[in-house]
Design a binder for this molecule. Structure first.
Ligand code: SAH
Length: 342
């Protein structure tokens, strides 16, 4: 059987062309697009489309959402999903509730090839990239399950979003569409381990999204040990790429910095971090590291405070990230397969 066309991977324009190739007027594609993002459960729900068109869609296309393989709810309201994709692959997404609404942390790949030593997603490497429709499916399935509207998206789940940039860009194009999810670009945060070439490509798109970069050490030797990607893209290159990004978008960069006890949490580290990023407009998001892998332990309260206070004392904007979903291992870097593949 020929592979079905995944409608959630298509822009409104592509759906219009699809409608035409199926012998319909182009505007039927717009109607189809509306249905996809207004909760239609099946083609039969799409009552303003002819029976013939609905039948042809049923035969050739799919509008499948991932299934919930496992759902865990934290005492703080954070919800972690293990979603099963159509080929049995399992990925994870996390929904966090803040006073300003709901945020979803999306996976962009099944597994990850970047090899960060402290991160659970790196164990076992990358199985495959997710399609745009599979990225979309996570948010639609979560919204349906929780009966809420999700207004903020962070690409901080499994995978390296810039290693799957084409699908991530297409997903954002559909998600920002008024008739899609109607989420403005400013409500997206893309987190990268620092793929410089791709940061420059992203800069060319001039999208007003937030870019977060996982730094974790301002010293090349240490960063290379924690993050093998640093061997290809060392810190000086990373800062250059971020300058290009900032010049193109005018957006403040978020520096993600996970504190590992007695290792990267000294004032010397904070000082060097400031020196390194001195030419940029940036905010430091300090994360007490999660013990997802051996050799990495949360810094004590005192050390975290000292690190942040040093930065803020020097006029650098810095905050400690709230740890949501800690009781269900939903925090940064803890996402990994806990459900068997079918
Ligand atoms: N690949 C992207 C996005 C996924 S990870 C990236 O590297 O940025 C999202 C964030 O969680 C990154 O900042 C990552 O470095 C961080 N992270 C991974 N493992 C962690 C851990 N054990 N404790 C704290 N943060 C972790």
């Amino acid at each position: 059987m020929a592979k079905r066309i995944d409608l959630y991977s298509m822009t409104e324009k592509e759906l219009c062309s699809l409608a035409e190739t199926m012998g319909e007027k182009a505007f039927r594609g717009k109607q189809l697009f509306n249905w996809l993002y207004s909760g239609a459960g099946s083609f039969d729900d799409m009552t303003n489309l002819s029976k013939g068109f609905r039948g042809a869609l049923e035969e050739n296309c799919s509008m499948c959402l991932p299934t919930v393989a496992r759902k865990q709810v934290s005492v703080d309201g954070t919800v972690k999903y293990a979603f099963r994709l159509s080929d049995g692959e399992v990925i994870e997404s996390v929904v966090m509730s803040y006073h300003h609404g709901h945020t979803i942390c999306l996976s962009t790949q099944a597994g990850c090839n970047m090899g960060c030593r402290f991160c659970a997603s790196a164990i076992g490497g990358k199985t495959r990239d997710l399609s745009c429709g599979e990225i979309m499916g996570q948010i639609l399935a979560a919204q349906k399950d929780l009966s809420v509207r999700i207004g903020n998206i962070v690409f901080m789940g499994m995978g390296e979003p810039l290693d799957n940039l084409e699908q991530v860009l297409k997903f954002m194009e559909i998600a920002t569409c008024e008739k899609g999810l109607n989420i403005g670009y400013r409500h997206f945060t893309l987190s990268t381990c620092g793929l410089c070439d791709k940061i420059v490509l992203l800069a060319e798109e001039k999208l007003p999204i937030n870019l977060a970069v996982s730094v974790h050490s301002p010293f090349d030797s240490q960063r290379s040990e924690m993050m093998p990607v640093n061997k290809k893209y060392p810190l000086a290159k990373l800062v250059d790429a971020l300058k290009v990004y900032q010049a193109a978008t005018g957006r403040r960069i978020t520096v993600e910095y996970a504190l590992n006890k007695g290792s990267n949490d000294s004032v010397e580290h904070a000082k060097e971090l400031m020196r390194l990023f001195g030419g940029l407009l940036y905010h430091v998001n300090v994360i007490p590291i999660n013990n997802a892998r051996e050799g990495f332990y949360k810094s004590g309260r005192e050390a975290v405070k000292k690190f942040v206070d040093y930065l803020t004392g020097q006029g650098v904007s810095a905050t400690v990230r709230r740890e949501l979903g800690a009781d269900i291992s939903a925090a940064c870097g803890q996402l990994k397969h806990q459900v068997e593949k079918s």
